[in-house]
Write a protein that binds this ligand. Structure first.
Ligand SMILES: Cc1cc2nc3c(=O)[nH]c(=O)nc-3n(C[C@H](O)[C@H](O)[C@H](O)COP(=O)(O)OP(=O)(O)OC[C@H]3O[C@@H](n4cnc5c(N)ncnc54)[C@H](O)[C@@H]3O)c2cc1C
Ligand code: FES
Length: 260
């Protein structure tokens, strides 16, 4: 693990969709799918991103352009420097013997892509609002797609689609990452079918290694106790699907954070 940010050159950039780019850099450390790194842009900020690709001694992060930090990252070119430290947190418990499914909502697919790399026979569901938001279509051609506007694949949400899939297929494990409301419903659906579920939570992070308490979710520090939690852990976390802590330290309804 790198504990101080080390500066590294961006060695390649791939456009995954109009709003998402993958940035590749030299990397030769082990990691577990679902773990994250802290990315530093000097004089701006530091933010967590999941490792979405590994190729020999190169790793990648896939970034959705949202606010100031991600706009600045999207403006970076091959050869520019970024700081990275990590990997941090607890990742997915990938069970190679079980029949599994991943359910990704939008950029949440970035956390799940390296799970898929380890489990070639997995069922992959990706959902988005519309077709232009779908990522990794070339990388994961076997993906089952759904969009809220019906522009590609099943018309409806990932939860509607998973309900349909569960009418004909069953799984031992479901791994999910995406908007928290979606993940909450996926967990409830899996509970009703007796399926184990693992969820990667997104909380605003500052230190990334358990010191500041910013990423609290019902007494768990998402940066070190997660970001991946299983159904048994989530059952004890009342804030899951409901409350998050914003940059100022204020507890807000999770829907408010994502709709501002
Ligand atoms: C463990 C972990 C892994 C992460 N991995 C990735 C990753 O692989 N790729 C990636 O793009 N991001 C990832 N994120 C989120 C990332 O760290 C940033 O918070 C996010 O990209 C927004 O940063 P920003 O400064 O550009 O936008 P901000 O200025 O923080 O936010 C801009 C706007 O986007 C909204 N917003 C912020 N976060 C979300 C969200 N999750 N969903 C919907 N709206 C939101 C805010 O309400 C605001 O309106 C991860 C977060 C965590 C905790
Ligand atoms: S981000 Fe500081 S404790 Fe998790």
């Amino acid at each position: 693990m790198i504990e101080q940010p080390g500066m590294t050159k961006i060695c390649d950039i791939e456009e995954e969709s109009p709003g998402v780019k993958t940035f590749f850099f030299q990397w030769n450390l082990d990691f577990v799918p679902g773990q994250f790194i802290m990315v530093w842009i000097p004089l701006l900020d530091e933010k967590p991103f999941t490792i979405s690709y590994t190729r020999k001694d190169i790793a990648g992060i896939s970034v959705l352009k949202r606010g100031v930090f991600t706009h600045a990252l999207h403006n970076k070119k091959v050869g520019d420097l970024i700081g990275i430290r990590g990997p941090y947190g607890k990742g997915f418990h990938v069970k190679t013997t079980s029949k599994s499914c991943v359910v990704g909502g939008g950029i949440g697919m970035a956390s799940l892509a390296t799970v898929v790399d380890k489990l070639p026979d997995i069922t992959i569901i990706q959902g988005a609002r519309t077709s232009s938001e779908i990522i990794y279509q070339k990388r994961l051609p076997e993906m089952k797609l759904c969009t809220e506007d019906g522009s590609i694949g099943f018309k409806g949400t990932t939860v509607d689609f998973l309900k349909e899939v569960l009418k004909t297929q069953t799984f031992d494990s479901v791994y999910t990452c995406g908007p928290e409301k979606m993940m909450y419903k996926v967990v409830e659906l899996c509970k009703s079918h007796g399926i184990d579920c693992e969820v990667s939570l997104d909380r605003y992070m500052k230190c990334g290694f358990g010191i500041c308490g910013q990423c609290d979710c019902s007494g768990r520090r998402v940066c070190i106790d997660g970001p991946v939690f299983n159904t048994a852990e989530l059952n004890t976390m009342e804030d899951f699907g409901k409350i998050t802590i914003v940059k100022t330290g204020q507890r807000v309804n999770i829907h408010e954070r994502y709709c501002k």
